[in-house]
Design a protein around this ligand. Structure first.
Ligand code: HMG
Ligand code: MG
Length: 298
């Protein structure tokens, strides 16, 4: 059966805006996050404490975070290493995410490290975060296909998932960074994770919509018992270090499907659409979300 409720992990302000050519003013980002909270999203990934030269779009993390920190929602932030964790902790962030890769090519491109070097860097980050009472999400990119290596063996994904859980991550997010997954592959990966002792309750899914498969993949994951789904308002996003990555599953498209299935999300779709339309205006380009276009008043 399907779950009664799904928690949407909104990634627009981070995964969305990290990929925009234009630099969005800090106050506009803060307004975006406030409006998303007002639309009923309860987990909103706010920014990343990464190297500002690697992701200049999020170089204003120190200025942005205090502007939204008082909102009554969870505001996870990405940290790639101890330096990132220190920056986040100094602003009293209480949720962080480390981000691993299932493939060597992407570990190198995204973190300038091998898969195992990156895991070794995350280990003390997760330990220090847990000691400080901070919730830790472990992202795993390239769980299905990789732009340099092609299809990714499930065993590679299982190995890194286990490593992330063993170091103390509270939850995982399985990334289809370049959007090549199809529902059968999703079922197979989730079954093999089950068999390897990775509890479905600890697993979220993170689909990019490059091939238009994100909703079908999400449904396959829900049927398997997954209840945390990542999405990006207006379908913003991609990854600057993965060629051919497009936007994430649009939050509007996800909410439309879940509403039709009678699954509760707490999101007010009209307010969300208005927020993404406003953001599209700020960015000067239309949203790729089909639901947003269908419900748009313009
Ligand atoms: P590096 O160049 O190897 O860094 O980059 P380093 O450790 O050698 O340090 C070099 C310098 O950077 C030092 O300064 C450090 O202090 C500084 P210097 O001594 O030369 O003056 N530094 C930092 N400064 C600020 N904040 C920090 C930090 N760390 C080091 N945190 C590094 C390694 C990890 C830093 C770099 O590769 C990086 O920042 N990468 C981030 C890439 C990124 O953000 N990618 C997008 C997010 S992942 C994603 O989108 C996928 C996801 O959505 C899931 C999916 O779709 O699959 C999550
Ligand atoms: Mg992503």
């Amino acid at each position: 059966g399907l779950p009664a409720r799904v928690r949407i992990h909104e990634v627009g302000p981070r995964d969305g805006l990290q990929n925009e050519k234009a630099t969005v003013p800090t106050e506009v980002k803060a307004e975006f996050i406030r409006r998303l909270a007002d639309a009923g999203l309860t987990t909103i990934e706010a920014t990343s404490f990464v190297h500002p030269k690697w992701v200049p779009q999020l170089a204003d993390a120190e200025a942005l975070f205090p502007l939204v920190a008082d909102l009554p929602v969870a505001l996870p932030v990405l940290v790639p290493n101890e330096r990132g964790l220190e920056r986040a902790l100094s602003l009293s962030a209480d949720r962080v995410a480390v981000f691993a890769s299932a493939t060597e090519s992407f570990a190198k491109a995204n973190l300038n490290r091998t898969v195992d070097e990156a895991l070794a860097i995350f280990d003390p980050v997760v330990r220090r975060a847990k000691d400080a009472g901070v919730h830790v999400r472990g992202y795993l990119s390239m769980c299905f296909g990789d732009p340099w290596e092609g299809p990714v063996p499930v065993a590679q994904v299982v190995r890194v998932c286990r490593a992330l859980l063993d170091m103390g991550c509270d939850e995982l997010s399985l990334g289809d960074t370049i959007g090549v997954a199809t529902p059968g592959h999703v079922r197979q990966l989730l079954s093999e994770l089950d068999a390897a002792g990775v509890p479905t309750g600890a697993v979220g899914v993170h689909f990019h919509d490059t091939y238009g498969q994100a909703l079908a993949n999400t449904l396959a994951a829900l049927e398997h018992g997954v209840t945390t789904v990542d999405a990006s308002a207006g379908g913003l996003g991609g990854c600057p270090y993965a060629k051919s990555a497009t936007g994430n599953l649009a939050t509007e498209d996800l909410v439309w499907m879940l509403r039709g299935l009678g699954i509760d999300t707490g999101v007010d779709l009209a307010r969300l659409v208005a927020t993404s339309e406003w953001m599209a205006g700020q960015l000067g380009r239309p949203s790729p979300s089909r639901t947003l276009r269908a419900l748009s008043h313009k």
